[in-house]
Ligand binder design. Sequence first.
Ligand code: OSB
Ligand code: MG
Length: 367
Amino acid sequence: MRIERAVLREVPLELKKPFRTSHGPVRRRRVLLLTLQGEGLEGWSECVAGVDPSYTAETVDTAWHVLTDFVLPRVVGHSVQGPEQVLRPVEWVRGHPMALAALEMAAWDLDARCAGVSLAAKLGGERTEVPVGISLGLSTSRAELLEAVGSALDEGYERVKLKIERGREHDILSAVRDRFPKATLWADANGAYTLADTGRLRALDALALGLLEQPLAHDDFLDHARLQKELETPVCLDESIRSARDTALALELGSCRVVNLKPARVGGHAESRRIHDLLRGSGTPLWCGGMLETGIGRAHNLALASLPGFSLPGDISASGRYWERDIVSPEHEVRSGTMCVPAGPGIGVAVDLERIEALTSRSAAYP
Ligand code: OSB
Ligand code: MG
């Protein structure tokens, strides 16, 4: 497969409603869309880096810098045997997994299209639909929180993940548990606690949460292992897991009992599959996380989540969860708690290029 041309575009998109985490509200995304052209076809991906470095160190602007100054000039014009090889010329780049994943994932889409098969099939996916959940940001009032959980459950989501904030975790989660005694509830702390908070986190055991995501620092494996020993609630790692090696470390130390896998956080689909394969034999449940993606990133996540080792519902919500109008058609929809894995070639959704071009704030093309 020859990569003849690459186009990187920045597309600012407003979220329907701000998504609040303990780091503050996210009101809009500056989505980087990457198109790779070759063999008369196009592969698409989106870079999920945020506007600020609060989730990981990467931002939209660091990803733009790394892709345009180091990565794209070194891969365009070259042939690769498959998407697993596309990052070879930039193996020396340290960090920046979201920037690198944008390239790698677009190459997977292009490769699947060249073969005339779906990305899901190319990756080894087996399911035609996947169970999904929803991630709800912090609410401004208890009424708003209960209303949001109620509508998510009405829409059929299999489980609800709630963002929590240090000091308010018990109020938030017990309010929801009291009102929805049977719902599957997860909590995501985005690293807001330290081991000194073990007592307050142990108090959550009484609320029968499915898991507690990333309670401690983004780069900490040892304290997560110490905390997990004190908790009945399974700890799930998100930010901490950047590679298959991190996953092996977490398993060995007992830092978590569940893993959230986001392909962009680990540098793409190939590393995601290594993590999937590693966990499959371990009995540790795995699920696919989300990064407020447009329909392009969601299509990639759906393809990945169709692999057999994804045993819990992902944060892969419908297009209408975040967007008035998505940039793909058909839009992604949730039906009885599941979403369809697109079956057409590649990511299996059509990209609305006309609208993307109208919204583009900057672009770079190679050559
Ligand atoms: O921690 O899982 C997270 C969104 C942006 C950054 C980090 C996270 C999230 C979410 C939303 O929880 C997941 C989604 O619906 O895309
Ligand atoms: Mg998370």
